[in-house]
Design a protein around this ligand. Sequence first.
Ligand SMILES: O=C(O)c1ccc[n+]([C@@H]2O[C@H](COP(=O)([O-])O)[C@@H](O)[C@H]2O)c1
Ligand SMILES: Cc1cc2nc[nH]c2cc1C
Length: 360
Amino acid sequence: MSDLEARFHDLLSQIVPVDSAAAERARARQDQLTKPPGALGALEDLSVRLAAVFGSERPTPERAAVIVCAGDHGVTDEGVSAFPASVTPAMVANFLMDTPSGPGGAAVNALSRSIGARVYVLDVGVNAALPESPRLIAAKVRSGTRNLRREAAMTREETLQAVFAGVRAAEQAIADGADLLVAGEMGIGNTTPAAAVTARLLALDPADVTGRGTGVDNAQLDHKITVIRDALARQASAPTDPLGVLADLGGLELAAMLGVMLAGARARRAVILDGFVEGAAALIAVQLQARVRDYLFPAGLCAERGHGAQLAYLGFSPLFDLSLRLGEGTGGVLAVPLFRAAAASLREMLTFQEAGLLGD
Ligand SMILES: O=C(O)c1ccc[n+]([C@@H]2O[C@H](COP(=O)([O-])O)[C@@H](O)[C@H]2O)c1
Ligand SMILES: Cc1cc2nc[nH]c2cc1C
């Protein structure tokens, strides 16, 4: 076993179960708050899950950070995206650009500013030199993956290097004060590896989990499904080895997001998922270590086909459906105010008894 693989197993074993006693106290408190029991709907369940993560029936998830993991994909040679691969470095430059409104001119920057979340940009595999920036975490493993239609996208070592880059980025965000981590990504072509990983890990037909990504037409969608079928037909990874599936069919930014999820869980922070690409990384995370599931939180249902199957497998109900299909972590960022509100209901609402509203 390589040194990295040994460290990876240590990381998995250091993830402890969430605090179910705190969850029970939070549930009991929700039931006594000045409202009909259950009237805050999904916010109540969210608050109870947050209590379990933070080990308190009065959780305080306030500071949010989004880690946008970026990488390129050799499979773009097959024409699986509506946009050229050059958009990946261009968008990363946009995430880092100084604008009159503040740092970053992309949707994730604007949405994050609107809710006071910090944006970290992590390069694990962009196929171009990037501008220097204090906001860029430079951890390029290689300049994009290999073409997964023809060969394994990454070696196991490359995969683990990208995972640990994600771990370090999450640890940096946590050291800077984040208690809500949003996993986000940028990588032209990455809905193809996300669909391939999902099909293999959930034993589903590629046609059922492959969507239009950035907006491919019907003919391109059929071709994309064929590319994924060819990748699966190489039979180079078994569903019983999720890390092997990630190396074979995944991508560098998927691996980095896995690292963000594992590091977040180890540090007992909540990790908010965005869309379909995050969902694929989450499947790997929970198949490697089932305890991670309780630290992961869905945001909205995204428009990419297959996201619903991922959430169903994970046992999550989405918080909203805004037909988002952008990526970057945008859906996760939009969910942050709901997390703060859910926790505030537990902390700040009075019980009937505290409010003196109890009849006799
Ligand atoms: O995460 C999602 O649900 C999602 C759905 C559709 C598109 N994306 C974004 O679009 C890019 C991938 O789309 P594509 O068509 O190039 O595979 C990548 O940069 C993602 O951030 C992301
Ligand atoms: C412009 C653009 C922005 C993106 N952000 C995430 N994926 C993207 C794909 C494109 C094409």
